[in-house]
Write a new protein. Structure first.
Length: 152
């Protein structure tokens, strides 16, 4: 299998300032981690609260900048340039554990699935609609009309 994501020696430290101390302290959020994910592989990043899971995801998507290390996606190092960022952000996203952080409960499933296609301007309106229907059928939700009202 081909490697799609490789993290090499990733590091992120934060400065923690205190109003009670004269000196700031350093929090080693991510300290020299490395791992890889292969195409078709299921990868789970699990750990206790405050262990750095969200920080790792933010670093991979370059929402925050690493202090050091490399993020390699599909054999290209992701740097802080528009081309790199567009490539990884179109194909990866963070999914939070709390569904109310991840999914707007007022949106229909169809709209949630089609939103990234609209944001990235992928296909025509009709093509996006057909792609969402296809995805819903793959997960056996395609027959539920309440999910896809399609008001035109």
């Amino acid at each position: 299998m081909d490697e799609i994501l490789r993290i090499e020696n990733l590091q992120k430290h934060f400065v923690k300032k205190s109003i009670f101390r004269s000196q700031a302290s350093i929090v080693k959020a991510i300290d020299d981690i490395s791992f890889s994910v292969r195409k078709g592989e299921v990868f789970v990043l699990a750990g206790e609260s405050g262990s750095g899971k969200s920080t790792i995801a933010k670093l991979i998507l370059r929402s925050i900048q690493p202090d050091s290390g490399k993020i390699i996606f599909e054999n290209e190092e992701i740097k802080d340039d528009a081309k790199s960022l567009k490539k990884i952000r179109m194909q990866c996203q963070m999914v939070h554990q709390d569904p109310y952080d991840s999914i707007n409960p007022r949106m229909k499933v169809f709209d949630i699935i089609s939103e990234p296609l609209e944001i990235h301007k992928l296909g025509s309106k009709e093509e996006r609609k057909n792609r969402v229907i296809e995805v819903l059928k793959e997960v056996r939700l395609g027959e539920l009309p309440v999910l896809c009202p399609f008001p035109d």
